[in-house]
Structure formats: C-alpha cells, structure tokens
Write a protein of this length. Sequence first.
Length: 633
Amino acid sequence: MQVAKAADAGIVETEGAEIRFTHPLYGSAIYAEASREHRHRVHRRLGEIVPDPEERARHLALAAEGPDPEIALALEEAAVIANRRGAPAAAAELCELAERLTPPKEDADVRRRRMAAADYRLLAGDYEMALSLLAPVASTAPPGPERAEALSRLGRALLLSDHYRRAVNVLAEALREEMIPPSTLSSIHSWQSSALAWTGNLASAEHHAEEALRLAELGDDTVVLVEALTALTSSRTWLGRSIPRELVDRALQLGDSIEPLSVSERPMRITRAREGQVLVHAYQLLLAGNLDEVRRICTSLLEEGTVRGDEDSVTELHASLGQTELLAGNWETALAHYQRMVVLTPERADWLGPRALVEACMGNIDAARADAAKALDGARGGGSAVGELLALSVLGFLDLSLGNAASANEHLGRAWHLHGSLGTGEPAMFPFVTDHAEALIELGQHTEAAEVTDWLEGRGRALDRPWALAVAARYRGLMAAADGDFQMAFASLDQALKEHERLPMPFELGRTLLVLGAIRRRAKQKRAAREALEEALSIFERLGAPLWAKKARAEVARIGGRRAVPGELTEAEARVAKLAAAGRTNREIADALFMSVRTVEGHLSRAYAKLGIRSRTELALYIDALEQESSNS
C-alpha cells in the first residue's frame, strides 16, 4: 500500500519486483531521516538477500555495530572480485573497510589488509594514498619477516611514485631485517636494483639483481623468479651487456605461466611480474630500432591494462608508446600519449621530461622549456639521476634547435657528466649524446666531440645499434669536413645513410641529410647540396619540426645558383625511382624513405616526365641500363 502511494505521488517507480526512486535526492532524504537502528536493520537484511558479493559485503559493513572478523573477511574477498572486474579503486575501498572492521587484537590482519589496500591504490594510480597506508604499517610491524615485507612494499611504492632516494634507503633498511625468507629477500633485492638504477648506480643495481636471481632459484615462487629475471635483464640492458637469448625467453615464458589473481595472492606484484619482463623485452626491441613490434606489444598490453583498470601500468605503457611514436616521427600521436600519461598521474614530475622533448621537436618552445624545468626540479628532489639527465638533455636539444650551441653545451655537458657517472653502456638509451657531439663541433671543440663520437661508435658496433652507428658516422663526416677532408666526410655520410636504411627514424635521417647538404655546399657541389637539403626540408616539414625546417631553409638559401634542370633526376627522385624499379609499391617506398605516399607519387610522376617513360617496366629497364653503363665505365 505504501509503495503504491509513493508511486502515485511520483516518488518511486516499479518494474516487476524492482522499486526505484524517480530522483536520487528522494532516497538520500529518506535515508538521512531514518534512525541509525533502522538503517542498520535495512543494511543487515540487504546483506542477507543480495546476490552480488561486493554489494553484500558493503551492506554488511554498513550494518556492523563494531569490529566483526566475518564481515572483514567478506569485504576482503569482495575486494579481490572488484579488482578482477577492473575496479582497483573500489577494491581498495573495500579493503580499507575490512581493515576498519578487523578487531584491534588481530593486528597482523589489520596490517595485511592495509598493505592489500595499498596494492590496489597503486594499481589505481593513487600513489600518495598508498604511501599513507604503508608508512604506519612499516613503523608498527614487528621486527623480522613481517617488517621486511612492509618495508619492501613501502620502498616499492616510493619507487613507483618517483621518490627514488627514499626508496633506496627504505629497501636497504628492509634488507637489514633478520630471518627473512629467501623469496621475500629476493623481491627486495629486485626492487632495490630498480631503485639504484634510477638514482644512477648501475653497477650496484646489477649486483642486487644477481643476488635476487640467486635467492629466487632457491624457491618455487614464479612471481619472485620473474621479478628477479626482469631486474637482471633490465640492469644489464642499461649497462649495455650482451644478454643471452635464453635468459629473456625463460623470463617471458615464466611470466606467461603466472596464474590469474586469487584471494591470497599479491595483485600489484603479480601485475608487475606478468608485464615487467615483456616491457623490458619491448625496450630492447626499441633500442634496436624495431618500432613496429614495440608498438604491437605495448598496444596489446595497454588494452589489457585498461580493461582491468590498472592505471599504473596504463601510464607506463602510454610512456612506452609515446617514446615509440616520437622515434617513428608520429609526433602528434606521441604527444597525445604523453598528455594522457600526465593526466593519469599529474603528481609525477618525471613524466614531464618526455612530453617536453616532443614539444621541443614540434617547436613549442615555451611549453618545452617549462616542462623540462619542472622535470629537472622533480628529478633532483626525488634523487633521480636518470630523470635529471633526461631533463638536461631536453633543455640542451631545445637550445641546439634554436641555434644556440653555447647554451646547449652547458646543459648537454652536465648531462654527459651524469651519463659517465651512471656507467651505462647502451648507446641508444640516451639520444642526447648526438646533440652533445653536434654542439661541441659547432663550438669547434673537435677533440671533445671525437671522444663522444668514439664512445657512440664503439658501443654501437658492440651492440649493433643502427642509430648509434648512423649518428656517429654523421658527426665523423662533419668533423672531417671542418678539417677540409671532403673525401672522408662523404665516405662517412655514405656510411650514415646505409645505416639509416635499417633505421625507421625519419627525424634522424633528416638531420643526416641536413649535414650532408651543408657539406656538399661547402664542397661547391651546389646541385647535390640542394637535393639533400630539400629532401631534409621535406622531412622536417612533414614531421612538423619548424625549428629544423628553418635550419634547412637557411642552408638552401646559402647555395644560390640554379635549381635542377628538366631531364635531370634529383637525388630524392632517383632514390624513389630505384626502389620503384625494384618492384616496391608506393606504400613500401614511402615507409622505406619516410615520405608520404603522395610525395612518392609526385617524385615518380616527375621522374617519368623527365625520362620520357610511362610505366614501371620502362623505368626498370632504364635503371638496369644505367647501372650496366655505370659498371662498364
């Protein structure tokens, strides 16, 4: 009867057995006016009849008169279910409710549930809340294994939230606890390895990773073993060590074998273990220039992380995809990834460095400088030597792009000093090295530039890094030209262009062509200089790199003289024609030469007109005849 009256009054509406308020304020008002006892009775009854475990646990919690171990357990189990459906923030709230309803005398359960809640907060990207949950646990846990576990989790949360120096100290404290099980000890060493790497101590990072693996091998915990293998491959990647393929394959296979979450397992640790080694493998592919495979791997992981609501992983994957698209020349896409990353975790200043680099490439001078300055302050505050190096490199690149070599060298010189103190042996990890070499050459400091270039070339050869080999050859050519040795200069630039053929990085190709054009101009090769410079200009304009397009235009303006006459193929037209004659499609040619399909079509159309031919068959015959004639002469 009362329901019918409420329906007639427009307060509720019914559909079968379901009754709902026509406006949420009606329900709020009635709930607020109800007595505490009445609300508890309703929640208790709902907790008995609702089928959904999460909803049932919430109603039981709201009906509780005080601590209740059974309701606390129901809430903890509901948290696992919430996390499985991709709602780690809701899982954290349920765990926090469980902790509040745990009897105080069951202090171990209180601490365990707080740590679980912190895990869920980390998955949701709420780093500060995770830290606030973990700090009291670490300070109150009894000495020994439990305190070591609490300190380990606190150190991990500090690391993920960019407090690198504090993370190292907390993890070192955890290692000093006694009677720690090998699995816990291994995990602490793994996280300490990562923290030390970011603070700039790669040698110690490798040592901790090796110890983590030794301890992990003593047990049968797959998560711990994958953590250790990830730490080891990561530290050796940074150091530029040769990593056996079987080590990588073993880690990837073990990661795939980790079972989905259960009530008793560790959500944050499992997520990191399952993805960590895959991301390290993707990073190794990125360093080798295999951008398509990196994009495929990270896009797949991003989709999975989004479904499960794992904002911590999603943020990191946006960072990886941003770096991939930056190198591939898709700068708008890269910027979108970095923007999303900053939105998800606005408190993390280290994400501003990568965004600043894209902004610098795109000529957004003020935004790039502001982001880089904030990233630099954040890195120094958090003790991240790597973050400081990256921020300095952006400031140096920006000044170099603006034509201020002296100012650029101030930033890049400090970055180079930090780079040396890190001890990294991976040349493609910090691309600022090439900017440092260029600034030194512009300032006439060839001895210092040669040292940088020697390191770059040596490590590039040791690890077969096409990027390092291409840019090292580029600057060897620039230094040779400055010494008047044009034969050596052109030989070096030819070698650089050969390396570019296996390097899908158009901006770097544009910079090499800019150097080539400038050297040809100084060698009085006006037509060849114009061709190289116009191709560089075309790349910079297509990428949206106004500062570098300006450099290319300035070089073209210095040439003077006539443009190429009809009947003569420009260098760009010749390169397109040669690939077309070899049977490549326009799309394949565009991908190989970092041009748009429309640009390829334009070059082919002009080549056909100049050569008086009408088909690719005729073009192939012409190229064959030209090469035959060249070989006979």
